[in-house]
Write a protein that binds this ligand. Structure first.
Ligand code: 5GP
Ligand code: 5GP
Length: 226
């Protein structure tokens, strides 16, 4: 016979497990945007989407659940496949704001599928497919990175800008310090490739990043045209 005490301890443990499972298993999101000029002017080059050359603006790369220790979950639910029918009302906005530049040319569905299945499924308890893509579109509009930079005189004209002026311009406009990821063009010049902003688990507020990715840009970097 088990004592009443040991039964209630077991119940408490079960309850604890239940609460743990029901809460989301990540700490914050990275919202990552890419500069198309820097994706395209590398040795690998790029392919415009089948829907045409994207606007000269930052495009969404992804909305990535992350842990405070810098690690991250991925491919969290193989049973929750990307379904275009769930986002049909967002397709044209996704084509404009989340264009694919990988080769061969695609219409975006492969890129969105990859992002949903690798990252989106890791916050599926909070954001269903439709809401995940809608949240990213909304964050892009609210961040308006290109305006933040051009207002500070930082233009995509092939010029060279200090990394600190780029971070400062974004911090002044949005209120939070971004992480800047660089890549190199064909002449090995360091250039502005991706901008990471941190977002709370509700996917609605920018926050200070609990941790930044590792990797470094040069102190002066190029902002190529597109
Ligand atoms: P790379 O190795 O090119 O930096 O990243 C390859 C891919 O790994 C990214 O596109 C993204 O899917 C994932 N990834 C890289 N770094 C991070 C990170 O810090 N957090 C999350 N959530 N995903 C990342
Ligand atoms: P991540 O790096 O997020 O794991 O995934 C990037 C994947 O999406 C790669 O397999 C890449 O080929 C594909 N992809 C398709 N279009 C794009 C694009 O425009 N930019 C980036 N960075 N990756 C893209």
């Amino acid at each position: 016979m088990e004592s009443k005490g040991s039964i209630s301890i077991k119940l408490l443990l079960l309850l604890h497990l239940f609460v743990l499972c029901a809460s989301q298993d990540f700490d914050f999101y990275y919202f990552v945007q890419q500069w198309p000029g820097s994706y395209c002017d590398t040795q690998n080059s790029c392919c415009y989407p089948t829907t045409g050359k994207p606007a000269a603006d930052f495009g969404i790369h992804g909305l990535w659940p992350n842990y405070k220790d810098g690690s991250y979950p991925s491919n969290c639910d193989p049973n929750n496949r990307f379904q275009q029918s769930q986002i049909s009302d967002l397709t044209s906005s996704l084509q404009r704001n989340w264009p694919t530049l990988a080769c061969p040319s695609g219409n975006g569905v492969q890129f969105w599928t990859h992002e949903w299945e690798k990252h989106g499924t890791c916050s599926e308890s909070l954001l269903k497919q439709h809401d995940y893509f809608e949240a990213a579109l909304d964050l892009k509009q609210r961040s308006n990175l290109l305006r933040a930079l051009t207002n500070a005189g930082i233009q995509p004209n092939g010029g060279s800008y200090s990394l600190s002026s780029i971070k400062g311009a974004i911090k002044d406009a949005i209120g939070y310090t971004p992480y800047i990821e660089c890549n190199v063009d064909e002449s090995r010049n360091s250039q502005l490739y991706q901008v990471y902003l941190c977002v709370d688990t509700s996917a609605s507020h920018f926050i200070e990043c609990p941790v930044f990715p590792s990797g470094k840009c040069a102190s002066q970097i190029e902002f190529p045209s597109f």
